[in-house]
Write a protein that binds this ligand. Structure first.
Ligand code: SF4
Ligand code: SF4
Length: 212
């Protein structure tokens, strides 16, 4: 017994006080993903990247909302969501105590409005994403950016139609300019030919008189 006591004194504390005291964890530990709903624009990049399908997006067409969802029970703490998020709206914390008494408590969500198309009225993209694109385009100058700003709240199908109409209008204008240029060129050539013909006629008259 004395031998064991001496050994214990020599070894020191072999256990930790957890759960009666917080357990220190490594600074790089990957724990519960924490979602910042204000920074998130509902782009779904994290849902696409998540290998465990722990994150998914759901759309309610009647309410015109898109919902970001996470099931912590499926999470494998791989960190792909954090890597893929362009806005740092999801980060892995050091929290590892995820036990709950109800499965529903493992589910978290954030609801976002969807932008309606200004042409056909169909909801087509998260409004926060459209607003972000507008803020970015506001800092860009040029006619291409201006056009993109004009069609920001237009759905892809209607935008393709508008793009085609715009291309046709610019083609028509270009064709009209080419046609006008050709007419003017022909007119100028015709004027030159008339002047040369008049000179030839004058020369021909002189030589005819000489023959006679
Ligand atoms: S840590 Fe990995 S498994 Fe968990 S939510 Fe993020 S991507 Fe999905
Ligand atoms: S990647 Fe980021 S911004 Fe996009 S839905 Fe996920 S948390 Fe939100």
């Amino acid at each position: 017994m004395l031998k064991l006591w001496k050994l214990e004194r020599k070894t020191g504390e072999a256990t930790v006080a957890y759960p009666f005291a917080p357990l220190p964890v490594n600074k790089d530990m990957r724990g519960k993903p924490v979602h910042d709903a204000a920074a998130c624009v509902a782009c779904a990049a994290c849902a696409v990247a998540c290998p465990a399908d722990a994150i998914w997006m759901s759309v309610d067409p009647d309410a015109e909302t898109i919902t970001w969802n996470i099931n912590y029970g499926r999470c494998i703490f791989c960190g792909r969501c954090e890597e893929s998020c362009p806005f740092e709206a999801i980060r892995l914390s050091q929290e590892f105590e995820l036990a709950v008494t109800s499965k529903a408590d493992l589910h978290d969500q954030a609801v976002y409005k969807i932008q309606e198309c200004s042409v056909c009225g169909r909801p087509f993209a998260p409004r926060k994403e459209v607003d972000l694109a507008r803020r970015v385009l506001d800092q860009v100058v040029g006619s291409a950016a201006a056009w993109q700003r004009d069609v920001l709240d237009v759905c892809p199908a209607c935008r393709r139609r508008l793009d085609a109409q715009r291309a046709k209008a610019s083609c028509d204008a270009a064709n009209a300019a080419v046609l006008l240029e050709a007419i003017e060129r022909d007119a100028a050539q015709a004027g030159g030919a008339d002047a040369a013909g008049a000179t030839d006629a004058a020369d021909g008259g002189t030589s005819a008189e000489g023959v006679r």
